[in-house]
Design a protein around this ligand. Structure first.
Ligand code: NDP
Length: 283
């Protein structure tokens, strides 16, 4: 039977470590040194509202400040950019997160680029992406950073392994590939134009599935004994959550696997909190 890679417990452990660290900052440096995360939500997308609520709850748990700014869907790009300028200049704000997706009339790239790289706790700003590319310290996109942490804390060896990442988005696939390279894996990146995907994924010692297609990857995509990380998250018609992987089929074949829910998902928020605490240290 495969080892279940427990994202829920690992995320809890990270949040507890951060909580202790924040208490220490509060004691030794005073309240003004405690980080504050500003979360900006534009519009009333219900899924985004849930994510924002969870982020606020995590801030409360680890003892950092959170400032929630909710703007109507009609907010224009200039207004949002002006708000980001204000937050960039506000010494009391350590981290800025703009919840995506934004309404179609706002250019997401412009918004991401406007957030100061030193407050970009999502790690989406091109400056931080460039720092990751060149191996310099900076904020790393939370989901891929969480996956590396999850593997390490489950004693899964990465160095020298063949890691196949399926998906090449700026938020998951590309930073994932760079992080695995940094950990000395041999990395292959696949995407929707990859020919013979199955042949490639079957060579993976570590297979990372991030394509956003419910239950796409079955046993035929997986080598015996592989480690499988399922990044996808989808709500099915019956209300249950599933990933990009057919867990029931794949689990008996692999050595370790992340479940959905309770795998990668909880790690994203833990790493966001980690980045907020880092931001305070850097500023
Ligand atoms: P995107 O839609 O931005 O990217 C999907 C990627 O998958 C693209 O690179 C695309 O290729 C590739 N792809 C799509 N179909 C196929 C296919 N049939 N074969 C091979 N490659 C394919 O998604 P994200 O990266 O943002 O997210 C991926 C999944 O992860 C989603 O389910 C999302 O909900 C989930 N997610 C989960 C998070 C968590 O915290 N658990 C956080 C972030 C995302 P191409 O570039 O050629 O179009």
């Amino acid at each position: 039977m495969a080892v279940l890679i427990d994202g829920k417990a690992t995320s809890q452990a990270i949040k507890d470590e951060l909580k202790a660290k924040v208490e220490e900052i509060r004691k030794t440096k005073g309240e003004s040194a405690v980080p504050t995360l500003a979360v900006v939500l534009v519009g009333d997308d219900p899924a985004s509202a849930v994510y924002v609520r969870n982020k606020k709850k995590a801030c409360e748990y680890i003892g950092i400040g959170s400032r929630s700014i909710e703007l109507p869907a009609e907010t224009c790009e200039e207004e949002l950019l002006a708000l980001i300028d204000d937050l960039n200049g506000d010494a009391a704000v350590t981290g800025i997160l703009v919840q995506l997706p934004l309404p179609a009339h706002i250019d997401e790239n412009k918004v991401i680029e406007r957030i100061s790289p030193e407050k970009d706790v999502d790690g989406f700003n091109p400056v931080n992406a460039g720092r990751l590319f060149t191996g310099r310290p900076g904020f790393v996109s939370c989901t891929p950073a969480g996956i590396v942490e999850l593997l390490k804390r489950h004693d899964i060896n990465i160095a020298g392994k063949h890691c196949v990442v399926v998906g090449r988005s700026n938020i998951v696939g590309k930073p994932m590939a760079l992080l695995m390279l940094k950990e000395n894996a041999t990395v292959t990146v696949c995407h929707s134009k990859t020919v013979n995907l199955q042949e490639i994924t079957k060579q993976a010692d570590i297979l990372i599935c991030a394509i956003g297609k419910p239950r796409f990857f079955g046993a035929e995509y997986v080598k015996d004994g592989a480690v499988v990380v399922d990044v996808g998250i989808h709500r099915m018609e019956d209300g249950k959550l599933c990933g990009d992987v057919r867990f029931d089929e794949v689990e008996p074949k692999c050595s370790a696997i992340t479940p959905v829910p309770g795998g990668v998902g909880p790690m994203t928020i833990a790493m966001l909190m980690y980045n907020c605490v880092q931001a305070a240290g850097m500023q």
